[in-house]
Write a protein that binds this ligand. Structure first.
Ligand SMILES: CC(C)(COP(=O)(O)OP(=O)(O)OC[C@H]1O[C@@H](n2cnc3c(N)ncnc32)[C@H](O)[C@@H]1OP(=O)(O)O)[C@@H](O)C(=O)NCCC(=O)NCCS
Length: 186
């Protein structure tokens, strides 16, 4: 059981929204900027540097299509009206895995880091997964990253490591760490 630290940011300055496809399209450039800032900072989240803006726009448009199809949920977290972070739940599972979600793209903009937003995003994602009747969250992250040290603090269990799983933005292969968390019903 992890302890729940209070958020560092006063709640009245925060707005969290599960986006519609239209909402994501409307704020697309903010999401491109968030993703670009995280990649530039070295996060291994699916892209190699240099990354064209058009590739990031294409990525978020595909996410919007998945949101419209109810295959994905995207949470946007704004601090003082500015997009500060986001997290996603992949819902599309085989029939025998319908109790599961893939959590991914936990992103906090560099200007908003160190204020407890990652914990808020994870709590919101878990709440949504529970609301959707899902009982298992799976995710993976780069070995040695800050995120790897965070997930156990958020109550996630390590399931194992895969060597040479993906490249960091600079093109160097790195291992990935698989995590899971069982959710108790609300
Ligand atoms: C990983 C990431 C989401 C953390 O977001 P954040 O909002 O800055 O993190 P928080 O402020 O919630 O801090 C969470 C914990 O990490 C610690 N922490 C935050 N930044 C840190 C840093 N640079 N070095 C060491 N510890 C740090 C905090 O002290 C806090 O510890 P606590 O829970 O004991 O209080 C953010 O750095 C990020 O978006 N990175 C790029 C994208 C990425 O790698 N995502 C993960 C993909 S799997």
């Amino acid at each position: 059981m992890t302890t729940q630290s209070p958020p560092v940011v006063p709640a009245e300055t925060l707005t969290a929204v599960w986006l519609t496809a239209e909402g994501l399209e409307a704020a697309l450039m903010d999401y491109v900027d968030l993703l670009a800032a995280c990649i530039d900072g070295g996060a291994s989240i699916g892209f190699l540097l240099p990354v064209a803006q058009s590739r990031l726009e294409q990525y978020w448009r595909a996410v919007a299509v998945a949101v419209a199809a109810d295959e994905r949920r995207v949470l946007g977290l704004c601090l003082d009206g500015r997009l500060a972070g986001s997290v996603q739940l992949g819902l599309s599972m085989p029939q025998n895995g319908a109790h599961r979600v893939d959590l991914g793209k936990l992103l906090v903009h560099p200007w908003a880091r160190g204020r407890g937003l990652s914990r808020l995003l994870m709590q919101a994602a878990e709440g949504e997964a529970r609301r959707l009747g899902r009982s298992l969250i799976v995710l993976d992250t780069e070995e040695g990253s800050l995120a790897e040290s965070l997930y156990p603090r958020f109550g996630y269990q390590e399931a194992g490591r895969i060597p040479d799983y993906a490249c960091n933005p600079g093109g160097t292969l790195h291992p990935t760490v698989l995590f899971y968390k069982r959710l108790k019903p609300a």
